[in-house]
Design a protein around this ligand. Structure first.
Ligand code: GTP
Ligand code: SPV
Ligand code: MN
Length: 599
């Protein structure tokens, strides 16, 4: 097929990559429905995808990845800046020349006998001042079809690029999916991403974590804006006024769920609503009026399937009912529909589990096995979401009133607290911790520091990133959003969640917005402002004031341990940054210690 562009920079790079990977043919993705439909048919013919029930799940497909290839691989992800210092101590680093040489060997002939697809794509609405363009080369139809949902693709994008060389060069080859030679590599200065030997989501949909977070966070630092692992939601009150909240939680810690929240019945009746702008990534810029504005650079949701049900996340489930790709969930062979843990209490008897074995799902799960992989996902178009915001395509983005950090903490962090100001809020983000989840390969349930939920995604030195946050705060001045921290995952002595979560998180969002509007008082504690028990509305909730109080307590011993723990503590974490730690962050730690000492 003819190239879609005469752009010299694109064509020269494409020639180089094709000379290295040696595909049998090259196909440009123009974004037309005819072309995508032909690719779906081809993927079904080769067995790469299965067609699901056309009546119950129109336009939906199923894909299973290799057993060794089911999540992001953080130990094989590299930030290749010219110096190690620029990547910082928490990123894997290799000298760019060395990495290019090493990977060139792996890529040489990697697409022999295969087709290379050329996908022009835009992160953000085409033509928005926030938006950026990438071109992904891939030998995977699964990647093409996912990118077609997750980003804006095709002719309009390459036309918008024109003659410019300002695009991110993304190369993906699935090769033989060998985990020992798997690499996910960012070269921020070259605006280049090379991914090889994986065919799973976040490792290969290069517009997402690789570009929209790792490369974009680096560009944001250079250009004075921010790329964050944040959902964006609009909360509408009964008067029809909408305030926007951006929230950063680590992977599989509730962003999709909060972004699509359905309020508890009594609030719904009053007229409260939540509108989804984004569920995973926010690009934030200071607008002409000096406030912070956010867009969602994505066009779809790559959401965690397990735990998604009509009760927990009605809107996400509704979004998956058509034109969706399911990865590593279970299949109900009776009617070619999908199932996962938490969808309902009725696992299909005639099931295929995520690895491909035919099993009796009832017996299989009763024996303690999982039918769906814990990180199985759906790729659903944002337009499918019943609560998609009318601002979703707004090229100027939405003004942000509050920033919320959060994680999975069985102890320590209360249900919600407010930072004293932007710098303190930056410290709260920088010292975030969370129990690990199945979203990345490795142990699950271990507490680790995950600053701003960006540990796996920051494309430069974490301390420079914190300094950039402090700098943005200076520029925003008194127009800065207020910064909060939430924890939906606090547990009691019996290991039960103390807070119902999901829709009831709305009660906490209302307190947050009341604080932003100066409408409600709070208790000043060592860690920041904590709600008064009576200010968390419990109407319709079966919870006592004592239980709310327990959720809000700041326990001195727990907090001291959080600072001092020799393995996971804040001090230990900060040590690796040495004297590069911003003085303001150190000062905030000193204040926290002094406050706790006075408790
Ligand atoms: P990534 O896409 O990996 O970045 O994840 P995410 O932050 O969007 O996480 P998501 O909303 O998909 O939630 C992950 C898991 O946490 C799901 O199994 C949810 O059911 C569960 N979860 C979400 N919100 C809550 C909550 O308020 N309470 C509890 N207990 N679980 C929750
Ligand atoms: C995450 O792990 O935070 C995700 C899924 O959103 S992935 O795109 O695989 O990174
Ligand atoms: Mn994510």
């Amino acid at each position: 097929m003819n190239a879609l562009t005469n752009n010299k920079a694109v064509l020269t790079w494409l020639d180089e990559m094709a000379a290295m990977t040696k595909p049998e043919s090259i196909v440009w993705i123009d974004g037309s429905e005819e072309q995508l439909e032909a690719l779906r048919a081809e993927a079904v013919a080769t067995g790469e995808m299965l067609k699901l029930n056309e009546e119950k799940l129109p336009g939906c497909y199923y894909h299973r990845t290799a057993e060794n290839d089911v999540a992001r691989v953080e130990d094989r992800t590299f930030i290749c800046t010219p110096t190690k210092e620029e990547a910082g101590p928490i990123n894997n680093w290799m000298d760019p020349a060395e990495m290019y040489a090493k990977l060139t060997k792996l890529y040489t002939g990697a697409m022999a006998g295969r087709t290379m697809y050329v996908i022009p794509y835009s992160m953000g609405p085409v033509g928005s001042p926030f938006s950026k363009i990438g071109v992904e080369l891939t030998d995977s139809i699964y990647v093409v079809l996912n990118m077609a949902i997750m980003t804006r693709i095709g002719k309009s994008v390459i036309d918008a690029l024109g003659d410019s060389d300002d695009f991110v060069k993304c190369l993906h080859a699935k090769k033989d999916v060998n985990p020992d030679d798997r690499y996910i590599v960012q070269f921020p200065q070259d605006k280049t991403i090379w991914s090889i030997n994986s065919a799973y989501g976040g490792n290969v949909l290069l517009g997402k974590k690789c570009f929209a977070l790792r490369i974009a966070s680096y560009l944001g630092w250079q250009e004075g804006w921010m790329a964050e692992h944040m959902l964006i939601l609009g909360l509408e009150n009964p008067k029809g006024e909408v305030k926007h909240i951006a929230a950063a939680f680590p992977s599989a810690c509730g962003k999709t769920n909060l972004a699509m929240l359905i309020p508890p019945e009594y609030l719904k009746k009053k007229g409260y609503k939540v509108w989804t702008v984004g569920d995973d990534i926010a690009w934030l810029r200071i607008g002409p009026d000096g406030r912070l504005y956010a867009i969602n650079p994505e066009a779809g949701f790559f959401g965690v399937a397990p735990g998604t049900s009509e009760k927990t996340n009605f809107n996400a489930l509704a979004a998956t009912k058509k034109n969706t790709i399911f990865t590593n969930v279970a299949i109900n062979n009776d009617d070619m529909t999908v199932w996962w843990e938490g969808l309902d209490k009725n696992p299909p008897e005639n099931a295929t589990e995520w690895k491909g074995a035919k099993v009796n799902g009832k017996e299989f799960t009763a024996e303690g096995n999982k039918l769906a992989h814990p990180n199985s996902r759906f790729t659903a178009p944002a337009v499918n979401c019943p609560c998609i915001s009318s601002e979703f395509e707004n090229p100027q983005g939405v003004p942000i009133d509050a920033i919320v950090f959060g994680g999975r903490r069985a102890k320590c962090a209360p249900l919600v607290y407010q930072s004293r100001d932007w710098n303190h809020g930056t410290f709260v983000g920088a010292t975030m911790a969370s129990e690990t989840t199945a979203a990345a390969a490795g142990a699950v349930g271990v507490v680790r520091r995950d600053p701003m939920a960006m540990k796996p995604f920051v494309g430069y030195n974490m301390v420079t990133y914190w300094a950039h946050w402090l700098e943005m705060g200076k520029k925003l001045g008194d127009k800065a959003p207020k910064i909060f921290h939430v924890n939906w995952f606090r547990k009691d002595e019996n290991d039960n969640f103390m807070w119902p979560g999901f829709g009831d998180n709305m009660r906490v969002l209302l307190w947050i917005l009341d604080r932003c509007a100066g409408k409600v008082d709070a208790d000043e504690t060592a860690i920041g402002y904590v709600p008064k028990v009576e200010d968390i509305d419990v109407e319709g909730l079966d919870m006592t004031a004592e239980e709310i109080k327990a959720l809000l307590t700041v326990d001195k011993a727990n907090w001291m341990e959080d600072i001092e723990d020799p393995n996971t503590g804040i001090k230990k974490y900060f040590e690796q940054f040495g004297d590069k730690l911003p003085a303001e962050i150190k000062a905030q730690l000193d204040t926290l210690e002094a406050n706790l000492a006075n408790m």
